[in-house]
Design a protein around this ligand. Sequence first.
Ligand SMILES: Cc1cc2nc3c(=O)[nH]c(=O)nc-3n(C[C@H](O)[C@H](O)[C@H](O)COP(=O)(O)O)c2cc1C
Length: 197
Amino acid sequence: MGFLGKIFGSTNKEEKTMSKLNIGIILGSTRDGRVSPQVGEWVKGIADKRGDANYEIVDIADFKLPFLGTTDGTEPGIAAWNEKLASLDGFVFIVQEYNHSITGALKNAIDFAREAWNNKAAGIVSYGSTGGARAAEHLRGIMGELLIADVRVHPTLSLFTDFENFSVFKPQDLHLDNVNAMLDQVVAWSGALKVLR
Ligand SMILES: Cc1cc2nc3c(=O)[nH]c(=O)nc-3n(C[C@H](O)[C@H](O)[C@H](O)COP(=O)(O)O)c2cc1C
């Protein structure tokens, strides 16, 4: 029994469900001029208003990950990336469509961790000419291998109607309910899977 349990008579299992969850909003693109930070900040703004979890932006670019297979694994960013993921209970992937799939940068970053992904939940917010739907479906297949439980609700943003000049993010109001519904599911499943871990 932990400290809180001694005071309130709860078990470790109950304590695990009581503390606020940590949800990472992962930016999937790293190129110069990318729009993913705008989308990630918008999701974080909506998420923070809920007050139901600790939400943070996790930018793959910050970790300066090498290309898998070209390294002996000693770059500090690799360990830092794994530690960051390990500290999170769930994820929201900001996914952009590159040649009908996710970016190479996101796939590379995903491949640099394994256990830190397992038994956690994730949602997807995607964008592209068709809402990034094809990239998002590829990511769902990858998540299955990593024991990440991907939730159903999936806000899809259009490069044509949610961005000005494909570069300035101006989301339509209709996405707000979808983002909240996606977060409802991510928080619920992240809490359930924390007990399992
Ligand atoms: C290499 C590359 C391939 C792309 N392929 C697609 C595509 O297949 N389908 C699509 O809808 N958009 C495609 N796009 C457009 C991107 O979705 C768009 O540029 C988006 O802003 C990229 O996200 P980012 O700005 O965060 O990097 C592609 C962009 C790049 C750079």
